[in-house]
Design a protein around this ligand. Structure first.
Ligand code: FEO
Ligand code: CA
Ligand code: CA
Length: 647
């Protein structure tokens, strides 16, 4: 998250109704009385396992029961430059930035002096691994499958021998090729997971990969450019943060801080530029793509930014398949896309917009999932209804539709059609009164409690600042240094519901600083969030490098991953990360005996920008002895006795 120059900036200046409730809400509200591991209004644990949320191949029936206790001994905070896991577990690096992805005729080796070319980078793992999913093969899927992951952003100081001291088209291309997505084939051989090279599935998707558009913004005037006068064929995806996956075996990648790339040199910002954070030249010195790739100069190509900020569907099993941007899911700074099926089989997607005071959204497909028709399923995200969440002060909530001609989304208010609504989704959500949240990150769904949904709200130190939205029951801290996890239960236990009840599942804190909020091991800035098949909720933290182990986080060491069984509520620390890194990306094999996670931006200094002559100053992970620059990497975690992770 320390990637974005904007993550702490507020783009939402709308005057939603929250101001009126500012002083009424406080930490003693009943929404928080349920803290500390207890569970309040939400009934738990139906006896039967609801397999709808577990998207293993149908040929691999899963006979898994809910875990009722965590079997590992929690580990302490750590400031060591390595990955630490509990006794009885192993954690091994197996796909680091610069490793060849495994293309059949092009497997360039990583050069530790960062001298790989742009062309070589396009055949190697990108930088800053983030969201990730595992797709098992139908045969031996617990030991053989495809791993798909995002490469969120780049750090010039690590990517180039001289950082950004010089700049060129070649550097722009290498920067672009270090973003996007990797698809790798992986296999367990003699208990060791390895990348299969070469592989016919191996693929890199970059900001140059052609993509199709679906939904209300397809062919919309705001999507048309000189290169694409019909507004339907887009080049690339970028700043891909978290993710989702579908029961029909596709990967969803989410475009988050895309606005960092676009530069409006003239400073003549449109309303949309401002609401989405398009920068002026003086403020944007990180990417500089606009200097050599005109597409990212917003004065010359004002509609190009509208072509980013979407959820993109990728078929990992077909390396020739064109990725699809589904505009019906709205345009914002997408963190992730948690997809579940409603009782009737509608695809329901929960999504956070990660910036201070932005919103939580939900999409409900018009059509229904058909397990026997993958082609039809691939159209499910093209049409449906988009909503924004409104959290009432009394622990009820509602999903407010973002539908043209409803709730003031009319031509007079700037929404002439549904295309306008989805392209300007933030403005539409302002108008219908979404609740401004403390930076919505990942969303997870409890596989044992139908309709129960969790969302990390990573932090927001400005909520109580004069002129800002102020506290409310769902975001109860004026200076939310540690973040929290909110939870809602859809009414009638159906993801289709337009109303819900909610509570705060956990507040982050630091007992060493007298902030006693967490039941169990302390954490702050929760970001990655996923349930496994056994009902364990895994929480990954992204404390910014300038705050790690200092200020409010003094004594808390490096970023970490914890586990909690919701009805018990006690957090246990499972993993600590190398210096300067965050923990992100979570994927499991169907048997939950292998877990994959990503270590992002090891070695990142407080400033968030690595100096090219200081690349090993903070971390040398994963290669020890300081011989090379730090590299983001996927690690594979297994229990040494071959058991289930967490047991
Ligand atoms: Fe890319 Fe919101 O983290
Ligand atoms: Ca992050
Ligand atoms: Ca994140």
């Amino acid at each position: 998250m320390t990637n974005s120059v904007q993550e702490h900036i507020v783009m939402n200046s709308s005057d939603n109704r929250l101001m009126s409730d500012v002083m009424k809400a406080n930490l003693s509200r009943r929404s928080i009385l349920k803290l500390g591991g207890a569970v309040g209004a939400i009934a738990l644990l139906p006896a039967a396992f609801n397999s709808r949320h577990v998207f293993a191949q149908p040929s691999q029936p899963i006979h898994i029961r809910k875990m009722t206790s965590l079997g590992f001994t929690p580990i302490p905070f750590s400031s060591e430059d390595r990955v630490t896991v509990p006794n009885g577990y192993s954690a091994n690096v197996f796909y680091a930035w610069g490793d060849p992805v495994g293309l059949e005729h092009n497997q360039p080796e990583f050069k530790s002096d960062a001298s790989n070319t742009a062309e070589e980078q396009a055949a190697q793992a990108g930088m800053n691994h983030d969201g990730m999913a595992y797709f098992p093969f139908a045969q031996h899927g617990n030991e053989h499958g495809l791993l798909v992951m995002n490469h969120e952003y780049i750090d010039n100081g690590l990517l180039f021998p001289d950082g950004d001291k010089t700049w060129s088209l070649e550097k722009v291309k290498k920067s672009q090729n270090a973003m996007g997505i990797s698809v790798i084939e992986i296999k367990k051989v003699n208990q060791q997971w390895q990348v299969v090279r070469p592989s016919k599935y191996a693929r890199r998707i970059t900001p140059h990969t052609p993509m199709q558009l679906t939904g209300p913004a397809k062919n919309h005037d705001l999507m048309k450019t000189a290169a694409d006068p019909l507004g339907e064929l887009i080049l690339g995806t970028m700043q891909n943060c978290a993710n989702g996956e579908t029961p029909w075996g596709t990967y969803l990648t989410c475009e988050e801080n895309w606005s960092d790339i676009f530069v409006r040199e003239s400073n003549n910002f449109t309303q949309l530029d401002k609401r989405y954070g398009i920068m002026q030249k003086e403020k944007e010195d990180k990417y500089r793509w606009n200097e050599f790739d005109e597409r990212f100069n917003t004065d010359k190509h004002p509609n190009e930014p509208h072509r980013f900020g979407w959820v993109v569907e990728i078929d990992p099993f077909d390396p020739n398949a064109t990725p699809v941007k589904h505009t019906a899911l709205g345009r914002f700074k997408h963190e992730g896309a948690m997809l579940v099926l409603s009782k009737e089989g509608h695809a329901v997607v929960y999504m956070g917009d990660d910036q201070r005071f932005e919103y939580i959204y939900k999409f409900v497909s018009k059509g229904k999932y058909n397990p026997n028709d993958r082609v039809a399923n691939r159209r499910l995200l093209s049409e449906g209804k988009l909503y924004v969440a409104h959290f009432n002060e009394d622990n009820t909530g509602e999903w407010r539709p973002l539908v043209h001609n409803q709730n003031g989304l009319t031509a007079e208010n700037g929404f002439a059609n549904q295309g306008d609504v989805v392209i300007k989704a933030r403005l539409a959500a302002d108008l219908v009164g979404g609740t401004k949240m403390d930076r919505p990150e990942w969303i997870a769904v409890d596989p044992y409690q139908t309709g129960s949904v969790y969302c990390t709200l990573t932090n927001n130190s400005q909520r109580g600042t004069e002129g800002k939205a102020g506290i409310n029951a769902a975001n109860p801290r004026a200076k939310n240094n540690y973040g929290h996890i909110i939870r809602w239960q859809e009414n009638a236990q159906d993801y289709l519901s337009e109303t819900f009840t909610w509570d705060i599942f956990a507040l982050g804190g630091n007992k060493l600083k007298g902030e006693h909020y967490v039941n169990g091991d302390d954490f702050g800035s929760p970001d990655g969030l996923r349930f496994d098949n056994h009902g364990i909720l895994w929480v990954q933290t992204d404390v910014s490098s300038g705050t790690l182990n200092k200020k409010a986080y003094e004594g808390m060491g490096n970023n970490q991953m914890l586990a909690v069984i919701p009805e018990q509520g006690e957090f246990k620390r499972f993993l600590t990360a190398p210096n300067g890194s965050e923990v992100t990306g979570i994927a499991f094999t169907p048997d939950n005996k292998t877990m994959f996670i990503n270590i992002q931006h090891p070695g990142e200094p407080d400033s968030g920008v690595t100096e090219p002559d200081q690349v090993t100053a903070i971390s040398t992970w994963p290669d020890s002895q300081g011989k090379t620059r730090p590299r983001s990497a996927t690690i594979v975690i297994q229990k040494e006795d071959g058991g289930v992770i967490g047991s």
